[in-house]
Design a protein around this ligand. Sequence first.
Ligand code: NAG
Ligand code: NAG
Length: 203
Amino acid sequence: MGARSVLVLSLLCVWGAVRAEEGGHDQYKTPSFCGKLECPRYHVEQDFKSFELRVYEATQWVSTPVNLNVFGTGKAFRRLFKYITGSNSEGLKINMTVPVLVYLPINNPSANATMSFYLTPTLSPPKPLDPDVFLGNAGETRVYVKSFGGYAFDYEYAKQAKLLSEELLAHGIQFDDSAYERAGYNDPFTFFNRHNEVWYLAK
Ligand SMILES: *[C@@H]1O[C@H](CO)[C@@H](O)[C@H](O)[C@H]1NC(C)=O
Ligand SMILES: *[C@@H]1O[C@H](CO)[C@@H](O)[C@H](O)[C@H]1NC(C)=O
């Protein structure tokens, strides 16, 4: 190989490295399961095949308590939906996002289950008008995530959460077992490629 082609090659390498570096943040690819909706950014710290450890960037959320009966989740969803469709101090309409998170305390009757909608980082969230709706922030968060498809009903989420906790225990992994979260990504009218997750916070 002549000196000239070595030079061209090494220039190509430098160019490639610069491109890769530039790409780091701005080339972030929204996961396909978020569809056309915005969802929080994360990277996978470790892939365990049947589940993964994700690190989410800091996030903000709008939340409300959920009554865990037949109508509770629907009511909680409507409360948050009213907030994003203008029931807030500025009458601001906010785009629907994913996931819809439901936080479920385990063996702790005094803690409330809550439902949350993700708010994008560029939004300065207006104040909720409904006293049962509140804003919150989370710093960088590490979660163990197990994904599954189809229509997820309560028992399916519970089954997947139990499976995930067993897998974590089998790997000897420490996690916060005082609660798990359900993450839903689809409206009821999406029939195919539905995506659901259960999360445990890493310790
Ligand atoms: C809301 O969604 C629409 C359509 O996807 C998009 O054009 C618009 O920029 C979004 N607004 C905000 C504030 O993100
Ligand atoms: C649980 O929810 C009820 C009703 O919304 C509220 O009165 C109570 O303060 C909540 N408890 C906690 C621990 O947040």
